[in-house]
Design a protein around this ligand. Structure first.
Ligand code: AMP
Ligand code: ZN
Length: 151
């Protein structure tokens, strides 16, 4: 799945400036802690650039967040190549969520500014009209999503 070369990606100069300005924010950032495995999460996928976890307060069964491993405050800071990679992951994960949960639709969204609660870039994948609609807890949804189908 990974088609990005990590070394081509990071604008080191910009990163250094951001690190100085935002050090306090990054140290307190819940999604940085999740990406660094300092806080537990229900992880569905990860690679060098992103981690996908189940939302703790889901809008629907299977509500998933794709979170960058690097701390970017919002989409305006995310390099275009990383946004392209996130979209590839979103497509694959979105297809899998729809299939496993037998959903008929999907909302993919990115909040920004006053609409964004956690100031670390993430994309929401929110399955719509799942077969399990309204029935399952996050734990149960995680089990459905991580259990392999019988051969
Ligand atoms: P946003 O308004 O786009 O920043 O949404 C932030 C999302 O992060 C919300 O849907 C929260 O339920 C979710 N969230 C906050 N803390 C956690 C956490 N520790 N684990 C999983 N999801 C979280
Ligand atoms: Zn962060």
């Amino acid at each position: 799945m990974q088609t990005l070369d990590k070394s081509t990606l990071i604008n080191k100069k910009k990163k250094k400036v951001c690190a100085i300005i935002n050090l306090g924010d990054i140290m307190d950032c819940i999604f940085c802690k999740i990406a660094n495995k300092e806080i537990e999460s229900k992880e569905l996928y990860q690679d060098d650039f992103v981690i996908a976890i189940m939302d703790i307060n889901p809008k629907s069964i299977g509500h998933t967040l794709i979170i960058t491993k690097e701390h970017y405050t919002d989409y305006t800071e995310v390099p275009a190549e990383v946004l392209a990679h996130i979209n590839r992951v979103a497509k694959r994960l979105g297809d899998a969520l729809m299939e496993k949960l037998e959903a008929t639709g999907m909302t993919m969204s990115v909040n920004y500014g006053s609409a964004q609660e956690v100031k670390h870039y993430h994309m929401h994948l929110i399955p719509v009209d799942s077969k399990y609609k309204g029935k399952k807890t996050v734990d149960e949804a995680f089990k459905i999503l991580t259990t392999k189908a019988e051969d």
